[in-house]
Structures are given as C-alpha cells and as structure tokens.
Design a protein around this ligand. Structure first.
Ligand code: ASP
Length: 314
C-alpha cells in the first residue's frame, strides 16, 4: 500500500483493504498465542492526540504501537495549549518540529484531521473526525465480519440507529460497499442523512423489515453529543422501536452476528443480554480485532514511509 496517511476509507482500493485485513489477521493470531512480534516500529515515535473522549480507540492504538516497538506518547489535549487559544494547526506544527513518525488524531470536527495532515511531515491516522470517517473502526469491523462469516462479500448487512451523526456508519458504508455487500440502513427518518441513498444502500424505517434475513447487524449509539435538537421522542420510545431485542433479532438469519462499536448504551439501542450472548454478539471480538488492525495499518504506513525516504536518498 503506497500511501502516506490513513485519513479515511474513501481513497482505499479493495485490494488495499484486503492487504490490511490479511496482515491484521496474522497479528490477531500472534496476539492470541503471545508469539513474539517483530519490532517493526522500533525507533518510531507515535503521538496520540485525542481532542474527543475515547476509551477503546486510544487504548487500542497505544497497545498496538507498543506491541510493535514504538515509543508512544499520549498527549492530554485537555492540558494542552489548545485551551490557551492555540489553533489545532499550530499545535500540530509544533509537534511536527519534534519529528514524530506518526500522529494518531481524533477531533470533533469533520475534516480537521485531513487539514492537519497537510501541515505535517509525519504519517497521520484518523482516529475519528466528527461525523466524517473512522477508518480503523470500519477495518476492524470488516475483519470481525470476515472471520465470523468466512467472507467479506455478498453479505446482507444492516447498520441500525443513528446513521446521521455516525462516522462509524459512514466508514462502514463505504468499505462494505467497496467489497460488494448489500447494505441496509435502518433507523428513524430524523436520524437518516439526506442523500444517503446515493451510497447505494436501502433505507428502512421499520426495524423488523430491515433485519429480515440479514447476516450481520451493526448497532450504533445515539450520538447525543452531535445532536442540537430533539431527534427522538424519548429513549424509551426509541428502544421500543429501534432497540435490538430478542423479538427484532429473530427476523435476521439464524447465524446472524450482532456488532456494536462501543460505547454501548444498554436498554437504549441494545438489550444487554443480547450484547453479552457470545453465540450472537461479536462485540468483544471487535475490540480484539481493533488492536490487530491498528498494528497492521501502522506497520504498512511506516513501511511505506521508510521506502519513500530510501527512494528520496537515491
Ligand atoms: N466509538 C465510536 C466513535 O468514536 C462510536 C461511538 O462513539 O458511538 O465514533
């Protein structure tokens, strides 16, 4: 994969997606067996800059970097000079002057990570920007699906809930579409972005219909931090109509898997018992695959950075 950054799924070709997933699959095996792992990031400095809360993603990037031998630094953005009025770009340029090899950035504004990537010399990974993209989440979801279903094409996949505010939905819609799956978006009209059908997905407002015969159910959290008005009548009503419970799940194929990117609100978008039912739920495997996918992405980006540096010296 000849690329400097990972800013979104949009620019990736299907063969690049497969290359990442194949390498991640190998890392998933070695993570499980605790096999020794090559220090491919030895001597690299990785800085994690999270301007929005994160539990899974930040921990996962940190573990992934350390497993590959990188020096990992977590910037506390609450304590940073951003709060003294420094712009995002000034902060990035300042850090760039310390010659890191990799910046992992999460930001509440769509497009902020792309902008930052234009101002620095190092590789940048988008760890989620506003409602735009969350590429490593879509890649880890894809790996989880491929391992559970044995393939990543011609599957019926329902993405359910707050589509409008979700970068997870957007990145998944793009990735799963590129890999030729049939995608359904299920949720209330108020949580469906306009023009979404251009992505080639089918839209359902009735959960029972939307889940009929699907292979994969991906539930989403209500992104209340990105809502500026009343998008749903109440959480209770929302759960009644769109929360995944046993009755609604019975519409899906028998072996359908249940996914959720976390953090999960039990009793709002999903019944806690379904989330914990390991015969259906692959939510913990998603977390596990997150480390493997991030290791693969960082390995590939650092390799292409080294190759580019060598070419420049010739
Ligand atoms: N953790 C995911 C994200 O950062 C999903 C969520 O927050 O609901 O987008």
């Amino acid at each position: 994969m000849q690329t400097k950054h990972l800013l979104g799924i949009e620019p990736l070709h299907p063969h690049q997606i497969t290359e990442i997933l194949d390498l991640a699959d190998q890392y998933a095996q070695s993570n499980r067996s605790k096999a020794p792992i090559n220090d491919v990031l030895g001597g690299c400095t990785q800085i994690n800059m999270f301007f929005e809360n994160s539990t899974r993603t930040q921990a996962s990037f940190e573990i992934a970097g350390k497993r590959l031998g990188a020096d990992v630094m977590n910037m506390s953005m609450k304590a940073s000079s951003i709060n003294k009025g420094e712009t995002l770009i000034d902060t990035a340029v300042t850090l760039n002057a310390m010659h890191p090899d990799l910046l992992v950035v999460r930001h509440p504004h769509s497009g902020a990570v792309d902008l930052l990537a234009q101002k620095v010399d190092c590789a940048v990974i988008n760890a989620g920007d506003g409602r735009h993209e969350h590429p490593t989440q879509a890649l880890l979801d894809a790996l989880t699906i491929r391992r559970s279903k044995g393939r990543l094409h011609r599957l019926n996949i329902a993405i359910c809930g707050d589509i409008a505010h979700s970068r997870v939905a957007r990145s998944n819609l793009i990735l799963l579409g590129k890999m030729e799956n049939r995608i359904r978006l299920v949720g209330p009209a108020t949580l469906m972005p306009s023009g979404i059908t251009e992505f080639g997905a089918e839209v359902y407002h009735d959960m029972n219909e939307g889940l009929k015969d699907v292979d994969v159910i991906m539930m989403l959290r209500l992104q209340s931090e990105r809502m500026d008005g009343g998008f749903i009548p109440s959480e209770r009503e929302y759960y009644h109509r769109y929360g995944l419970d046993t009755a609604k799940l019975s519409n899906a194929k028998e072996g359908a898997i249940v996914m959720h990117p976390g953090p999960m609100n039990r009793g709002v978008e999903i019944d806690g018992e379904i989330a914990d039912d390991l015969s259906r739920s692959v939510i913990q495997e998603q977390v596990e695959m997150g480390v493997a996918v991030r290791m693969a992405v960082m390995n590939i980006l650092m390799r292409s950075r080294r190759e580019a540096a060598q070419e420049a010296m010739l």
